[in-house]
Structure formats: C-alpha cells, structure tokens
Ligand binder design. Structure first.
Ligand code: PDD
Length: 287
C-alpha cells in the first residue's frame, strides 16, 4: 500500500507530496506543528494537542487555517488512509507561501497544511524501554519561546546528533543557571530519593508537553507525590530514577546521564509503573 500525505486540501501519494520553494515554513521556519500518538487507529490526547496547536498559532499570529475540528478530521483521515493502527501523526501549519520577505504577508495568504502518518511497532518501543536510554547534557541554545511548538528545530537536531555521537538517545538541555530545561524533543523528569516525581514548571523555557500534562493527571490519580520545579544535573545524578515523556516515547526510562548511572542503572520501578499506566490510558483514549 502506498503512503498518502495530506497537502493543502488534497491527499496525494508520498512521492508527489510537495510545498512551494518560497513557503515560509521552508524559508523562515515560520510554522508550527504537532505530533500525536496513534493507538488502535485513534488519536491519543486529541483535545490537548489541538488546544496546544491553537495556542502556538495564536502566539505567532498565524491565522488558523481551518477549525480545530477540521484539522482533527484531516489527522484522522490521514491515519485512516494510511491504515496506521499504532504510530504517530504529524501535522504542520505554515504561514503560507510568497516572495521572501521577513514581515508577515497579508492574512488572506492561505496557510500551508501538511499531515503525515507513520506506523511503528509498539514492541520496538517497549524493547527500548526495557533497557532504558542514555542521556547527554548540553547547553540550551534555543530561543526564549520554547513554549511555542515551532519547526525551528535546528538546536534540537544538533543536540540529538551530539547525543548520538556519545551513544545517547536524548539530550537534556541545561539553562544558563545550571538547571535542566527539558529534553531536545521531550520533557525531563526525575524521581527523588524520597520518591517524589519532579519535572520543571511550565514557563516559556519549555514546551508544555501533552504527555507531561496527562502524566500529571495520572500521578494525581495514583496519589504519587510530585513537584513542578527546576532541578540541576547534580540532583538528577543523585535521583532514584529518571525518565522522559513525549508523544513518541510516552514514558521512557533514563538509565544514565553523561555516562553516569541513575539509581541502579536500570529502568526504575516507578517509571515502569507510570509507563504502563500511560499505556492503559492511551489504549482507552484511543478506543
Ligand atoms: N516532541 N519538549 C520538546 C522540546 C518537544 O519537542 C516535545 C515533543 C516534548 C514533549 O511533548 P509531547 O508530550 O506533547 O509530545 C517536550 C515531539 C514528539 C517531536 O518533535 O517529535
């Protein structure tokens, strides 16, 4: 079966899918995006993803290309046409195309909308989670509006490439004061010696992860103590457990930071419990 991509109102074969060379997404990274997990052919956490997309658009004054309901329909239709049962769906909205000028074009310029769905085997993710991942720390060199989910991802690419060079799957970004902001494409968490789950508070320095928000709901339900505050690498190295969250990884154990083991250097029991709780939620939410 050939893959189908949504581009500006049409569902086209993957090989034929294209946008204009003077699209502002291409020229200026003047675009926002969402990545949603797909379970059983359904979107996980749809409402939160659509709310965040609306916020990203509004922060950048990009007029919404269509209603949230219509955008969600595009995502569902892309999933359906590609017969994705488990995987991810990617939606990007750019300010549209036009001669390369820094100032915004007229509001009438149609926004570019692209949607791509990709299947992946949950077993592979689970195999990675069984071992846990290594993390490398790097200075956070991003702009100061990491709360907006823009496609301006070069710092994340550089960080992940540097991490890969050291055999690490994710980079944890550290701010000027020595506190971890978040992962290059995930939120960062630790579990203290006392068993308190800690992740940085929502602020312009980090993306308000959808998985993060849902996990906080689950922590409340499970009556697990948690704190939303910044932590340093030194505190993370003393932690009992560490993990990351994102739509693509859900809850993924971190077993080492800069080559130094966290806890016993194995995925922590609370992390694995939270991963399985999240999985149950995803299956229900995608039912
Ligand atoms: N990344 N922080 C950053 C910088 C991210 O890029 C992401 C997601 C997250 C986690 O957000 P969520 O739980 O809503 O996925 C945090 C996506 C998956 C990506 O760029 O592929």
């Amino acid at each position: 079966m050939s893959r189908i991509v949504y581009v500006n109102g049409r569902y086209v074969p993957y090989a034929k899918a294209a946008v204009h060379v003077e699209d502002r997404g291409f020229q200026f990274a003047d675009a926002v995006y969402e990545v949603c997990q797909v379970r059983n052919g359904h979107l996980v956490d749809e409402a939160r993803h659509m709310a965040r997309l609306a916020r990203s658009l509004s922060e950048l004054k990009i007029p919404a290309p269509m209603s949230a309901g219509a955008l969600a329909h595009v995502m569902r239709e892309t999933i359906r046409r590609n017969r994705v049962n488990d995987g991810v769906v990617y939606l990007q909205v750019t300010r549209g195309e036009g001669p390369r000028e820094f100032v915004f074009p007229s509001q009438d310029v149609p926004r570019t909308v692209v949607c791509i769905a990709r299947a992946f085997a949950p077993d592979l993710q689970d195999a990675t989670a069984a071992d846990g991942i290594a993390v490398k720390t790097l200075p956070d060199i991003r702009w100061r509006r990491a709360d907006i989910k823009t496609v301006m991802l070069l710092p994340a690419c550089l960080a992940k490439e540097a991490a890969r060079g050291d055999g690490a799957r994710e980079a944890w970004l550290v701010d000027d004061k020595g506190f971890v902001t978040e992962g290059a494409s995930s939120n960062a968490w630790i579990v203290s010696r006392e068993g308190t789950v800690i992740t940085r508070q929502i602020a312009p320095a980090i993306l308000a992860g959808v998985t993060r928000a849902t996990l906080i709901d689950l922590l409340r339900e499970e009556k697990v103590a948690y704190e939303e505050r910044a932590f340093r690498i030194s505190e993370a190295l003393e932690a009992r457990e560490a993990f990351i969250t994102s739509a693509t990884n859900t809850v993924m154990p971190v077993v080492s930071i800069d080559g130094r083991p966290i806890g016993e250097g194995r995925p922590g029991p609370l992390t694995l419990r939270l991963r399985s709780k999240f999985d149950q939620f995803a299956v229900i939410s995608g039912a």
